[in-house]
Design a protein around this ligand. Structure first.
Ligand code: FAD
Length: 333
């Protein structure tokens, strides 16, 4: 939609419901949406679409949402990109938000571009920073560019809504605050729920340790581990600390470990309380995925390794030697 052709307003957050639960990324975006809306003195709405909902949508008010737009339909049992895109485009057409924020999850990455195309607007994917330009009131969308070497800040003055996807864990969930709001069940024409795609079944990977974004502790391995077998030491320490296993991209490319474990620009962004990087050099693309961790410990045999610049504790030495010693020490305590 071209700016000027319609009257617009508000921030709309696209929530994500997985197996009936409101995913935490919804609260992260609600908090950021609230911040942006406060700067523009406007409201935050949150679109939730689902077949069943086990959580109370009113909980989103605590995170700054003024209005939950809840759409329930049996066709939403499994994520369907075509239906999700049509639904979002329809809801945007009714509520005319100025800004639309969505998670850069597998689902968000597929239906947001399609919805943006339907709305004849643009989309800035994988934003790591969002703000409001004081002068123009436009959304400032910051994202890594040129292999993560440059942070580009993008303004889209001509098109509305301004749409962004944001990776989970980029923004922190704000503290809960007592606030009110309304839950609206918008009417949606039935043809929105028709699709050429029929999802027959979905198999969920319950490989708990690959779900690293929810972990408080992550132990990650890099090429400095030398061999795939050495990931066993990383796993052992992670298990001991009830943590997840992370990895650098070259170890994933070498098939030492699966892609769900990759941390970084082209992997997952994590923000745990404790991140241990063993045999990881600390390339900008890796740092982009973990530098917001609260405590970073790095093991590297090169005293000049860039990872030491972001580390709170630097252990200079052989990872294959230090990791088992750490594990032994923790087991004994
Ligand atoms: P290396 O660079 O090979 O470093 C190995 C480190 O181990 C060195 O610092 C070395 O001193 C140390 N070492 C060696 N032996 C030992 C030992 N015995 N004990 C302790 N330390 C030892 N990378 C990611 O990780 N995630 C991404 O998402 C990602 N996305 C990318 C996207 C793009 C567009 C591009 C261009 C690159 C991306 N990369 C990503 C790759 C990134 O640039 C680096 O190549 C990568 O992070 C390096 O991985 P590494 O540190 O494991 O390996």
């Amino acid at each position: 939609m071209r700016r000027g052709s319609v009257s617009v307003g508000g921030v709309m957050v696209c929530g994500e419901v997985r197996r009936g639960r409101i995913h935490s990324v919804t609260m992260e975006l609600a908090g950021k949406g609230r911040e942006l809306a406060d700067k523009k003195d406007t409201q935050v709405s949150c679109l939730l679409f689902f077949n069943e909902l086990l959580d109370d949508p009113a909980d989103l008010f605590y995170y700054g949402v003024n209005r939950v737009l809840a759409v329930r339909h049996e066709s939403l049992k499994y994520f369907n990109q075509e239906i999700a895109a049509k639904l979002l485009a329809h809801i945007v057409g009714i509520y005319l938000p100025e800004i639309v924020l969505a998670p850069a999850t597998t689902a968000g990455r597929t239906y947001l571009p399609a919805a943006a195309a339907m709305l004849h607007t643009g989309l800035t994917a994988d934003c790591t920073g969002l703000d409001i330009d004081e002068e123009s009131g436009l959304l400032l969308q910051t994202r890594p560019a040129i292999g993560g070497n440059v942070m580009a800040t993008i303004k889209t003055p001509d098109y509305v809504p301004q749409m962004s996807t944001v990776r989970p864990k980029t923004f922190r969930i704000p503290p809960r605050m007592e606030r009110g709001g309304e839950i609206v069940y918008p009417e949606v024409p039935t043809d929105i729920f028709e699709s050429r795609i029929e999802v027959m079944s979905v198999e969920y990977s319950d490989d708990g340790d690959s779900n690293i974004q929810d972990k408080d502790v992550i132990i990650s391995g890099g090429k400095g581990l030398k061999r795939a077998e050495n990931f066993a030491i990383v796993r052992r320490l992670a298990e001991l600390l009830d943590g997840g296993v992370g990895a650098s991209r070259p170890t994933v490319e070498a098939k030492w470990i699966g892609y769900p474990h990759q941390v970084g620009l082209s992997g997952k962004i994590v923000s745990p309380k404790f991140y241990l990087a063993a045999g990881i050099s600390g390339a900008v693309q890796h740092l982009a995925g973990m530098q917001t961790a609260q405590k970073i410990v790095a093991i590297n045999k090169d005293p000049d390794a860039p990872i030491f610049r972001v580390a709170d504790i630097a252990l200079c030495g052989d990872a294959a030697d230090i990791l088992p010693r750490l594990t032994k020490r923790i087991t004994e305590e």
